[in-house]
Design a binder for this molecule. Structure first.
Ligand code: GLY
Length: 332
């Protein structure tokens, strides 16, 4: 894969000016750490990209895409993998509970024609991504929450599943003793995007949210525009990390809109993270606060960027499934 050519600050500002997207003039920052292994100049169709080392998820999505299936089916099937994995403590089964010991899940999905479905604060549902799809396809609404979403799930035949594993219950018990009830950011939300053989884009995002959050807290993952946004003409973006930051800056919508104004997926991702850093310098100080974003466009080009180092993402493209480290805004 070809290496990405990085722009200098001045070159990026000039490019942004010439293309008319003023926000991107500030995208490059002297504090930015540049890693050399980002394959940002590579493109392909079909392809799928997911936050974190979610190779099994991208493999499931690739299976759909490579046999001519839709991007929508691909992201749903990809997202189901970590949802059913008890070892993943921030998505679905095995997700760390809220401070009261309850596992509650958030998810959303968006298709190539702008339809979207979302569920928030749902309990005992193994595949909230599929429930979000049902909301999209079978109701006049976009979002169902809590007991209403669970009632709809029961009517649609979703079985009730206890999502609190013994491991997560024990971790919660230990947390209660150790931390004095402070929530902790956990960063492994899966956001997954796909481009199918027909050139259509879709995305999904699913999480159990911040570990030991307050009961009732909902993060960015089910919020269209914050945790996920898809515009088939322009591109798609999704986010992971401390949801409050992406909700206040509508990171996924921002990325797609910057791409609409001419930014590449990488430039748009960098600006969305820089926006968080500039607007919330105090909130990003704790070293466990992370925010990571990924984006693709209809050509199959992608971008990825994070607030701190350590954010990885997975791409399945041209028959290869690989994990990459994203560049980050802060050097730490
Ligand atoms: N990004 C996941 C959450 O904050 O809930």
């Amino acid at each position: 894969m070809k290496r990405r050519v990085f722009f200098s600050n001045a070159a990026l500002a000039a490019l942004a000016g010439s293309m008319g997207f003023a926000g991107c003039a500030k995208a490059a920052d002297p504090k930015t750490t540049k890693h050399k292994n980002n394959p940002n100049s590579a493109s392909g169709k079909p392809m799928t990209i997911a936050t974190w080392p979610n190779e099994l998820a991208t493999a499931a999505a690739w299976k759909v895409l490579s046999s001519g299936g839709s991007a929508l089916d691909a992201v749903e099937q990809g997202a189901q993998i970590p949802e059913a994995d008890p070892a993943n403590t921030s998505v679905g089964l095995g997700g760390l509970p809220d401070r009261d010991g309850t596992v509650s899940l958030d998810a959303c999905i968006m298709d190539a024609v702008g339809n979207a479905g979302s569920v928030t604060f749902v309990q005992n549902i193994l595949h909230p991504i599929s429930l979000a799809r049902k909301v999209m396809e079978k109701t006049p609404h976009l979002m169902l929450s809590g007991a209403g979403a669970e009632k709809f799930a029961a009517a649609e035949g979703f079985p009730k599943t206890n999502l609190l594993t013994e491991g997560s219950r024990k971790a919660w018990e230990e947390w209660k003793i150790k931390t004095g009830y402070q929530p902790i950011p956990n960063h492994d939300t899966i956001g997954i995007l796909a481009l199918d053989q027909k050139g259509e884009l879709s995305g999904g995002c699913t999480t159990s949210g911040a570990a030991y959050k307050m009961h009732g807290r909902v993060g960015d993952s089910p919020i269209i525009g914050a945790g996920l946004f898809v515009d088939n003409e322009i591109g798609a973006a999704t986010a992971t990390g401390l949801g409050e930051l992406m909700m206040k800056t509508l990171s996924s919508f921002l990325i797609v809109e910057l791409m609409r104004q001419g930014a590449s997926p990488q430039e748009a991702c960098e600006e969305a993270i820089a926006r968080i850093a500039r607007k919330y310098p105090e909130k990003i100080k704790p070293t466990d606060v992370q925010s990571g974003v990924i984006a693709i466009n209809p050509a199959g080009e992608h971008g990825a960027f994070s607030l701190r180092s350590g954010f990885s993402y997975t791409i399945f493209m041209n028959g290869e499934n690989k994990v990459y480290q994203a560049d980050s805004y802060l050097k730490d």
